[in-house]
Design a protein around this ligand. Structure first.
Ligand SMILES: Nc1nc2c([nH]c(=O)n2[C@H]2C[C@H](O)[C@@H](COP(=O)(O)OP(=O)(O)OP(=O)(O)O)O2)c(=O)[nH]1
Length: 145
């Protein structure tokens, strides 16, 4: 065994919520309130996967807690790590799924102080967390064509 085995990253799951799965015209961005070094940055709503929890369960739970809505989850936006995850620095790895709201109206209930629907031709209008920019690039390449 290596004397310095790499620590497994903390698993995060998030939703790229679009207005319409078949013909998306807007993406929901959320502005973080914490911690201070990330506050004010925009992100995909979501959060850490609890021990023993599967990704889908974690995603539905986080979106219900944070935005107060139910979602239908579609496919993943593939990143460069195992299982299509995206690196968030070295400590976290995030799975991002395209989703849409099936019940309720999203509100910034927990962890965010503002939500914004970004039109697909205006995806860079907010200051995304730095690790999210390549994900937005992949999202844009897929949906703006
Ligand atoms: N949810 C989310 N987290 C992101 C994104 N981009 C990014 O760098 N992160 C970082 C911020 C955090 O350090 C980490 C995710 O943790 P989190 O704070 O959202 O998780 P959580 O809701 O379970 O938080 P907590 O209960 O532990 O406070 O990933 C993103 O688009 N969405």
């Amino acid at each position: 065994m290596s004397p310095h085995p790499e620590k497994a990253p903390i698993e995060v799951v998030a939703a790229a919520i679009v207005d319409d799965l078949a013909e998306p015209s807007a993406l929901l961005a959320a502005r973080r309130t914490e911690p201070p070094e990330l506050a004010g940055g925009w992100e995909f709503p979501g959060g850490k996967v609890d021990p023993g929890e599967d990704l889908a369960t974690a995603l539905h739970r986080e979106i219900r807690e944070e935005l107060g809505v139910t979602i239908a989850v579609a496919d993943r936006i593939d990143g460069p790590l195992d299982d299509g995850r995206w690196p968030l620095g070295t400590a976290y790895a995030m799975s991002v799924f395209v989703a849409t709201v099936t019940d309720g109206v999203p509100a910034p209930i927990e962890d965010h102080d503002e939500l914004r629907w970004l039109r697909l031709d205006d995806l860079y209008a907010v200051r995304w967390l730095p690790a999210d920019l390549p994900i937005i690039d992949a999202f844009a390449a897929r949906f703006r064509a």
